[in-house]
Design a protein around this ligand. Structure first.
Ligand SMILES: NC(=O)c1ccc[n+]([C@@H]2O[C@H](COP(=O)([O-])OP(=O)(O)OC[C@H]3O[C@@H](n4cnc5c(N)ncnc54)[C@H](O)[C@@H]3O)[C@@H](O)[C@H]2O)c1
Length: 265
């Protein structure tokens, strides 16, 4: 898919990976809908796109609310005439207190944002993409979908859900709608302080950084754009970054359609 002139929606674009993707889409010539529950962050991203000479608008969305997601698609169509690309990216970690001391309400919120937001965001995108004769959806999963994250099991479970959902959407490609996922390792974003008490990283985040290193959000953005451009990419699980060394699962990891790179996409 040629990106120039397309309309791209990015959820969770008020920060981190979503902000980087929004900027990258804008630099590639897309009109970008910056969607986030955080109005301040979202408007900052729009300002950054404008500073870079790109086209963007902010729309507030709570991805756990179907009507809010519907309003996001309607806003994109009203402002830019349609939708070609959706990056279902909004997500969060559980934070402290960690499992099993976490509240049931937080568990349900993480499920609803990380998995529910992706599933419903994909469903509601379909009629808009059909009107354009097809399009690209990229869902943000995580390497935590491949390795059990024992300190935050619900995070791993939702991300594994995102990858399986993505694979199960493969038949949409018959009508030109390609659904793919990115599986980043550790990324330097505001998510990391949220892994602890809200101000500092959790111990597991420091351990993950020491084991895996950490990449900048632009590396993930490059992978998202590459999946959108590559018309052969269907139901692909695109790992971004190096898989953790020495993991018991590492050597014999066999996943259909798993693509591994070192962040050079
Ligand atoms: N940072 C990492 O190490 C890492 C690694 C792998 C995957 N991810 C995934 O990448 C995605 C982006 O995370 P990030 O690292 O950029 O974090 P971030 O905290 O910087 O950004 C997440 C954004 O999602 C928004 N958001 C949260 N709940 C929302 C809701 N209900 N509706 C709409 N927006 C909502 C937040 O306001 C925030 O702007 C997430 O899905 C995360 O799980 C992150």
């Amino acid at each position: 898919m040629e990106l120039d002139g397309k309309v791209a929606i990015v959820t969770g674009a008020g920060s981190g990976i979503g902000r980087a993707t929004a900027l990258a889409f804008a630099k590639a010539g897309c009109s970008v809908v910056v969607a986030d529950i955080d109005e301040v962050g979202g408007n900052e991203t729009v300002g950054l796109v404008h500073d870079a000479g790109g086209t963007a608008m902010f729309t507030r969305v709570d991805v756990t609310e179907p009507r809010s997601l519907e309003a996001m698609f309607e806003a994109a169509a009203a402002e830019y005439g349609g939708v070609d690309i959706v990056h279902n990216n909004a997500g969060l970690v559980s934070g402290e207190p960690l499992w099993p001391d976490i509240t049931p309400e937080t568990l349900l919120r993480v499920m609803s944002v990380n998995l529910g937001g992706v599933v419903v965001g994909t469903q509601l995108a379909i009629p808009y993409l059909r009107k354009r004769g097809g399009g690209a959806i990229v869902n943000t999963a995580s390497m935590a979908s491949l390795y059990p994250m024992t300190v935050d099991p619900i995070y791993s479970a939702t991300k594994a859900g995102v990858t399986m959902f993505t694979k199960a959407c493969a038949p949409l490609a018959e009508e030109g709608i390609r659904v793919n996922a990115v599986l980043p390792g550790l990324v330097n974003t505001a998510l990391l302080p949220k892994s602890g008490d809200g101000a500092r990283w959790a111990d597991w985040a420091y351990a993950a950084r020491d084991a895996m290193g950490m990449m900048e959000p632009s590396v993930v953005a490059d992978a998202v754009l590459a999946l959108c451009r590559d018309d052969t990419a269907v139901a692909r699980e695109q790992v971004v970054g190096a898989l953790p060394p020495g993991d018991a699962h590492g050597d014999d990891l066999q996943v259909d359609n798993l693509h591994v790179d070192d962040g050079d996409t």
